[in-house]
Every structure is written in structure tokens, then in C-alpha cells.
Design a protein around this ligand. Structure first.
Ligand code: PGA
Length: 248
């Protein structure tokens, strides 16, 4: 069965609640493509107004982060249950900015992945190598380490429904996209890793996105690759161009 493409915007720390609502209105008619699942991953404070703003459209809403504990004394954190109750469907886990600036390690990310799944959220699990790692020739070793560590204890049935985003760190926000060949090579490698960890059916079902300077000009070629099932889009998700990416 063919995998449905999924294009998710990662708004990062952009858009006040009122700006968020205005952006939803601006993009509303531009992001309609029945062959693509469209997701806006938005800052926590924008979740409630954005869910209201996209009601009745094809857009689903995701969070950019969550905590793995059920509830309690974790000042500043947001639980999976809170996200679900608000109507959130997806949650980005392990973005390189969170791994880097907020020191989130794979043991923590594994807990978040498991919590998200058990709460009924779809994780968009990010992985990716630094420029130094690519130059050292350890890209695939590193990605395999991340995937294996972050999916400890996650069953094949659960993995089928998650989304994995391959985002080379050197391509994020730099305007320097991985070549189509580089992106496909790693996405294919991730699928092979899932096949080894689980089985062929699971590997064939899991959706793998490419992320890192995706724009209106390169989306079509990237998404045409056999192992690239869509994109995780930062900068270009904040403007009308996002419509062109969704309707690539
Ligand atoms: P970018 O960000 O599209 O601005 O490179 C992608 C991401 O970090 O998800």
C-alpha cells in the first residue's frame, strides 16, 4: 500500500497567537491537497487558537515538544494528555534544536516517544547528523544509533504509525538543502534500519520525511524519491510558499 505523503510545518518560536490565527487564514486555501496530510506544529501558546482557526479544514495541529510525565510538579512543561485534550494529533520529538540547546538526550526522547504513543499522539521523531559527522563518514552510524535508542521498547504496530524526520543539522535554516541523493540515501537507510529492528511490513509502512531548507523550488524533487514521504518545513512554513510545498 502506498504511503500517504505528510508535510508538516515547524513554526519553531515564531508567531504570536494573533499572528498565528492570521497565518492560518492566509494559508487556508493554499494548503489543500487530498494526497497529502498537512500539519502545523506550533508553539504551545498558539495551540488552542490554531486548533480553532483550522476547524473544518484539512489541517491538523501538532506540538513542538511535550514532557513524558503524566502530571505534577514539572513547572513549565506540557503533558501529552493536555495536548490530546486540546485536539493535538502530532508532536515533534527530538528536534536537533531541542537536542542541542536544551540538552535532550536519547534516553529522554525514548520516554517521550513512548508517552506520546500511549497517549494517542503521533510522534514526528527527528534525527540527523552534524556537518562534522557527515565529513567524518559516520552519518548512517549516527542516525541508526539515534533511531535505535529512541525506539527502545516501541512495538512494530506502534512504529508503523509514527513519522520519522531526517534532518541533517547542517541543512536546517541554512538555505543549504541536502542533495536529493543525500536525502534519499539516508531516508532509505532509516527504512532499512526499521526493517532490521522490526520487519519488512513495518519498514514499508513508516513514513519518513526529509527536513532542512525545504522550499517551493526543491520540494517536488525531494518528495518524488522512493523513500521520502514528505517534509518537515521550518522557515518556508511561515509564508504562502508553504502552500506550494503542500501542492508540490
Ligand atoms: P528549515 O527548518 O526548513 O528552516 O531548514 C527545518 C526544521 O528545523 O524542521
Amino acid at each position: 500500500m502506498a504511503r500517504k505523503k505528510i508535510v508538516a510545518g515547524n513554526w519553531k518560536m515564531n508567531m504570536t497567537p494573533s499572528q498565528a490565527v492570521a497565518l492560518c487564514a492566509q494559508l487556508k486555501d493554499l494548503v489543500v491537497n487530498p494526497d497529502v496530510d498537512v500539519v502545523y506544529c506550533v508553539p504551545a501558546i498558539d495551540i488552542v487558537p490554531v486548533i480553532e482557526a483550522v476547524k473544518g479544514t484539512n489541517v491538523q495541529v501538532g506540538a513542538e515538544n511535550m514532557y513524558f510525565e503524566e502530571k505534577g510538579a514539572y513547572t513549565g512543561e506540557i503533558s501529552a494528555e493536555m495536548l490530546v485534550d486540546a485536539g493535538v494529533k502530532y508532536v515533534i520529538i527530538g528536534h536537533s534544536e531541542r537536542r542541542d540547546y536544551f540538552k535532550e538526550d536519547d534516553a529522554l526522547l525514548n520516554k517521550k516517544v513512548k508517552k506520546a504513543i500511549s497517549a494517542g499522539l503521533t510522534p514526528i521523531l527527528c534525527c540527523g547528523e552534524s556537518l562534522e559527522q557527515r565529513e567524518m563518514g559516520v552519518t548512517m552510524d549516527w542516525i541508526r544509533f539515534q533511531i535505535k535508542s529512541d525506539l527502545v521498547g516501541v512495538t512494530a504496530d506502534q512504529v508503523k504509525d509514527i513519522v520519522i524526520a531526517y534532518e541533517p543539522i547542517w541543512a536546517i535554516g541554512t538555505g543549504k538543502t541536502a542533495t536529493t541523493e543525500q536525502a534519499e540515501e539516508v531516508c532509505k537507510g532509516i527504512r532499512e534500519c526499521i526493517c532490521e529492528m522490526y520487519d519488512e511490513a513495518t519498514a514499508a509502512a513508516v513514513r519518513i520525511q526529509y527536513g532542512g531548507s525545504v522550499n517551493a523550488g526543491n520540494a517536488a524533487e525531494l518528495f518524488a524519491q522512493p523513500d521520502i514521504d514528505g517534509g518537515l518545513v521550518g522557515g518556508a512554513s511561515l509564508k504562502a510558499d508553504f502552500g506550494k510545498i503542500v501542492c508540490y
